[in-house]
Structures are given as structure tokens and as C-alpha cells.
Write a protein that binds this ligand. Structure first.
Ligand SMILES: CC(C)(COP(=O)(O)OP(=O)(O)OC[C@H]1O[C@@H](n2cnc3c(N)ncnc32)[C@H](O)[C@@H]1OP(=O)(O)O)[C@@H](O)C(=O)NCCC(=O)NCCS
Length: 263
């Protein structure tokens, strides 16, 4: 079996900026007390406050607030803006982006949350996609595969020893979802219209799009784990990306606001 290397999460540098050819994947723990999360409400926009208010469970509300605060603080560091000054646009299928006049040159980001983690991928490309899944036990992956995976993926999954199927399914799922998220089209793209690698012995890659292997060559895919046992994938158009994995901690609002506006 091919060894899945442990992801090397590096500390957050003082200066954060996009670099041509680099994708940055940031991870941030979602666990913050309701009191500390409440301190971040002031940076949220009115539509985000409405969304936060709709969550039935406090834990979900807190996680949403922390996720948005993290996103705003992180993007603020790239764009030298205060977290509360970030404005989002939304694509036809809900992919968040930034208004063209607020960025200089190509800039894209995408977030995913699962369990107690949120990750954000940032790159000099708007077509960036990321997905993570937390470990799951007892998933009936063969029947899920029948519903969601392409024929080639189902076949690969069935060929694996039973003990490898859940992990391989989750790896496959994150690869597929990260690709959908990179394009921002959600389920408008049929899940069986493209095929990704599934077997642990294969490197993560797009295998075919609409049965065409040449088209698949134009997509970059890498796997990672926000923490042990999780699955994660980042996808971007093109081939030669270097992915740098970094930690981010949401500290006090005052300390972040000072960092955001530093030139
Ligand atoms: C958009 C979508 C991808 C979100 O997936 P999810 O697993 O529920 O959630 P994730 O944590 O991965 O990502 C959510 C984030 O993606 C971003 N997002 C929303 N719509 C998006 C879109 N169309 N494209 C890319 N990103 C999107 C948002 O930032 C969202 O976070 P927010 O709601 O806090 O702002 C989902 O709605 C979708 O269409 N999924 C495909 C479903 C599926 O069956 N996949 C199977 C793959 S085998």
C-alpha cells in the first residue's frame, strides 16, 4: 500500500501573501467557547448574523461564527483589510468569492468544515476547491458508492479489502467534492461524470472527465489530513502547484485587527 504521508502543518508566518504557483491550505480548530465566539459577532455582516441566528443548536451557531471570523481574519491578512471590512460575493451556486475591485490580480479561496476543524485553501486562482471529512465508522460505502460514484470508482472500491474501503471511500469523496467546489457548480455537475483515483496504492488524481483522460490531466489534486484520521483534498486547475499547509489560531479580535492592517 502507498504510504500516506502525515501532513506537515507549518506555523503561521508574520507576512501572508499569495505566491504564484502556491496553494496555501490553512487549518483552524473550530472549538471556541460561546463567550469568545460572541466577541467575533461584530465582524460579521448582516446576512451572516441572520444565518448565525438560524442555527437551532448552539454548537452549530458557535462553529459558524468561528468559521466566518477565521475566514475574515485570514483574508484580511492577505488583503490588508480589517476582518469586518471584507465583503463577499456569491456565485450562482453559492460559492463565496471577493468583489473584483478588492483584489489585485487572481485570488481565490474555498473553505470546508468537518468535525472540529475548518480548512481554507487560498491560491492565485478563483478555481480553488477544498474538502475535508472526519472519520466515520460503519458507513455502507458500497451502497453509497452505487449512488454517488462513477463506475470506475465503484469498481476500484469493490476491489479493495473490506478494511480499506471506508478510508478509501472518504478519500475519493473529498477528491470529488473538492473538484466540484473548485468550479463552484455544486451538484450541477453529475457525480458520475468524472472519475478520481480511489485505491490507496494510487496517487490522488483526476482520472477522467466525461470519459476523457486528457481533460483530467489539466487538474491538480493533492490529499492531506487536518488531523489524524480525517480525509482531505485540495484541487486546482493546472498541474504545477506546490501546496503549503499552515496552522492558524483565532486569537483576540484586537490582536488580529492590528495584524490585518500592517502593510
Ligand atoms: C457546496 C457544497 C459542496 C458544500 O459541501 P458541504 O460538504 O456541505 O460543506 P463543506 O464544509 O465542504 O463546504 C461548505 C463551504 O463551501 C462553500 N461553498 C458554498 N457553496 C459552494 C459552491 N457552490 N462551490 C464551492 N464552495 C461552496 C461555503 O464557503 C461553505 O461554507 P459556509 O456555508 O460556512 O460559507 C455542497 O452544497 C454540494 O453541492 N455538495 C456536493 C454534494 C455531494 O453529494 N458530494 C458528494 C461527493 S462524492
Amino acid at each position: 500500500m502507498m504510504r500516506r504521508n502525515k501532513t506537515d502543518w507549518k506555523p503561521c508566518p508574520d507576512r501572508i501573501r499569495t505566491i504564484q504557483g502556491e496553494v496555501h491550505v490553512w487549518r483552524c480548530p473550530l472549538g471556541l467557547s460561546a463567550k469568545r465566539a460572541g466577541g467575533w459577532l461584530r465582524v460579521l455582516s448582516s446576512d451572516e448574523l441572520i444565518r448565525a441566528g438560524r442555527f437551532v443548536y448552539k454548537k452549530d451557531r458557535v462553529q459558524f461564527i468561528v468559521a466566518r471570523a477565521f475566514l475574515r481574519v485570514l483574508l484580511g491578512r492577505y488583503l490588508h483589510r480589517l476582518p469586518g471590512a471584507i465583503r463577499f460575493t456569491y456565485g450562482e451556486n453559492g460559492k463565496p468569492g471577493l468583489p473584483a475591485h478588492t483584489i489585485h490580480g487572481p485570488f481565490g479561496f474555498n473553505i470546508a468544515h468537518a468535525g472540529d476543524w475548518i480548512v481554507c485553501a487560498v491560491a492565485p486562482s478563483s478555481q480553488i476547491g477544498v474538502d475535508i471529512e472526519c472519520p466515520r465508522r460503519g458507513l455502507d460505502v458500497l451502497s453509497l458508492g452505487d449512488s454517488f460514484l462513477s463506475d470506475g470508482e465503484q469498481e476500484a472500491l469493490r476491489s479493495l479489502p473490506v478494511g480499506e474501503r471506508i478510508t478509501s471511500f472518504l478519500a475519493c469523496w473529498t477528491r470529488k467534492e473538492a473538484y466540484l467546489k473548485s468550479m463552484g457548480k455544486g451538484l450541477q455537475v453529475p457525480l458520475d461524470s468524472f472519475q478520481v483515483s480511489v485505491r490507496p496504492s494510487e496517487r490522488p488524481r483526476m482520472v477522467a472527465i466525461d470519459g476523457n483522460q486528457d481533460r483530467a490531466e489539466h487538474w491538480f489534486m493533492e490529499e492531506f489530513a487536518p488531523t489524524q484520521g480525517y480525509a482531505g483534498a485540495v484541487v486546482a486547475p493546472g498541474r504545477n502547484w506546490k501546496v503549503v499547509y499552515r496552522d492558524f489560531a483565532l486569537e483576540s479580535r484586537a490582536s488580529h485587527e492590528k495584524m490585518s492592517v500592517k502593510a
